[in-house]
Design a binder for this molecule. Sequence first.
Ligand SMILES: [Zn+2]
Length: 248
Amino acid sequence: MIINLKKRTLGAIFAGIFLLGLGSYNLAYHPHMNQWKNEKKVVTLIKTSQKVAALTFDDGPDPETTPAVLDSLARHNVHATFFVVGHRAEKSPQLLQLMAAQGHELGNHSYSHNYLQFKKNDIAIFQSEIERTNAIITLATCRTPTLFRPPGGYLSDRLVKYVNEYPMTVAYWTWLQDPKDWRVGKKGEAIAQHVVSNIAPGQIIILHDGADNSLETARAVDLLLTQLIADGYRFVTMSELIQLDERK
Ligand SMILES: [Zn+2]
């Protein structure tokens, strides 16, 4: 009896530690991920029969690499979504204005981009991170973002609830379309190849305009758009893609 109880107690402790770990880590395998996706609280992929997808760019704006990405998009007349980091955005409001003027969507990617701050799972931190960045974007572009992408992909019940009640949508990405373009040394050809070989309707592709490797990302954008537009794909902003969702 005592042994059984101990076993059960130990099991419960291990399960608790396991769930706690999942709850506070950057994982598409969060135990509530499927429920959040079904309720459209976290968006990772859209159901559509059309050849349409969204390019998203994180961690900018950067005065050197963001314009290179914007040039690649302009060459193909494609509108994308930029998840900007508040502390970088406030130094380059002219880049935010340029993005908006070129028809791109701006999303919120927190103020500090500090995963450890989010890991505290504190409403006051969520509020400050989201509101500061929304204010910077709104001031520069006269448009208030509706999409929030957590730094490092941090997810918790509290964060998802907070963001949805804001109201904003948690803008995740499609698991298959994370080519890790930020890794220094990754060539544009390899990044483009990853996206082209995994493409399917309704995907949200995650790239980076504000990382050390982002000049390669800019090259990849040019390459992958050349290929995929020739294959009949079109690219829209993430909010436009969400509007095309065929799920009830
Ligand atoms: Zn990021």
